[in-house]
Design a protein around this ligand. Structure first.
Ligand code: GFB
Length: 329
């Protein structure tokens, strides 16, 4: 990508999108296009069509999505499938119509079957039933991957899907119910510390395992992929042969390479926040998938290296939480 290339970051105010802007700016890209939700509703076909026809971006990073944790996915399934299908259909199709050179479509590790062998390789896609709590979201994202694949096959586009593991970091959503586990627990532990409460209740049994990646590492990995030389980028696009014996979707996993239990995570967050009380578990709340550690060797073998440990990432995120949210609580 040329430093002056016109790059559209969809979802630039989100957890990944905001980190993408930082990463691209830091690497010298100076022609970034953004639109807030109020300026451009990506579920509106006509608005997206007009935006692409006017702006003609050369590269697209599709980080706009309806996202949330286990409770939000389970409670608003219609919104998760409808909004995600609409956003990605409009952006991917208009990217094709307007000759976008490369597009990166972001999803999530929940696209993989619930009971996958671990660590999860890209080719395990569509090999088994999905986890029920986030199936509508996962199916929308799988449709997006298939759309990238189909357009590459029929139109010769260069559309790649990147599937991050569970993400966290500054700029996250700290809502008590709709958020993911890290921002939710940061808030719970912080409030318990401030109120001198002796117990924090963590959802589920504490035994599920999760792999976590800091949002800046995710953004740097995305920019790394977009900057690959043509031959390496083409390899990431997998196989365009629909009759190929090996199943190779245009898919790259982006993870940290290790996972921990929710119990261990809660203890770590308690330490970062400086909470002295007890931790208990509410097993009436869903656990979700028991384990979803991804095999990220594809991107690691290309030379990408993550920079942030879980400890340093959690500390940065807690500082972000305090700076932005303490006043409002
Ligand atoms: O982060 P989370 O909602 O995402 O939950 P998933 C991870 C684990 O943390 C689950 C437990 O086992 C939860 O039961 N947990 C414990 C909590 N306490 C809390 C809490 O206070 N809040 C939350 N949210 N969880 C999401 C999917 O699944 O992962 C999305 O729903 C997406 O579609 C995302 O794929 C990456 O890993 O279970």
């Amino acid at each position: 990508m040329d430093k002056n290339a016109k790059i559209y970051v969809a979802g630039h105010r989100g957890l990944v999108g905001s980190a993408l802007i930082r990463s691209l700016t830091q690497k010298g890209y100076n022609n970034l296009i953004t639109r807030s939700h109020a300026e451009l509703d990506l579920t509106n076909h006509t608005a997206v069509k007009e935006f692409f026809a006017t702006e003609k971006p050369e590269y697209v990073l599709l980080a706009a999505a309806k996202v949330g944790g286990i409770y939000a996915n389970n409670t608003y399934p219609a919104e998760f499938i409808h909004e995600n299908l609409a956003i990605q259909t409009n952006v991917i199709h208009q990217s094709y119509v307007n000759g976008v050179k490369r597009l990166l479509f972001l999803g999530s590790s929940c696209i993989y079957p619930r009971d996958c062998p671990q660590p999860i390789k890209e080719e395990y896609l569509l090999t088994g039933p999905l986890e029920a709590t986030n199936r509508p979201y996962a199916l929308a994202k799988i449709a997006g991957i298939e759309m990238c694949w189909s357009y590459n096959r029929q139109y010769g586009t260069q559309f790649l899907a990147a599937m991050p593991t569970n993400l966290y970091g500054p700029g996250d959503n700290y809502h008590p119910e709709n958020s993911h586990v890290i921002p939710a627990l940061i808030r719970k532990f912080h409030e318990a510390k401030i109120d001198n409460r002796s117990e924090v209740v963590v959802w589920g049994t504490g035994s599920p395992m999760r792999e976590f990646l800091y949002n800046q590492d995710m953004a740097d990995a995305c920019v790394f992929l977009m900057q690959l030389e043509d031959d390496l980028f083409s390899k990431c696009l997998g196989s365009n042969d629909s009759h190929a014996e090996s199943f190779q979707p245009p898919l790259v996993n982006i993870g940290s390479g290790s996972d921990i239990t929710i119990r261990e995570l809660a203890e770590k967050i308690g330490e970062v926040v400086g909470y002295q009380g007890n931790i208990s578990f509410d097993s009436t709340k869903p656990d979700g998938t028991l384990r979803k550690l991804m095999d990220s060797s594809k991107i690691f073998n290309l030379g990408h290296v993550n920079q942030f440990s879980l400890e340093s990432g959690l500390t940065n995120t807690y500082n972000d939480f305090k700076s932005i949210h303490t006043q409002k609580l």
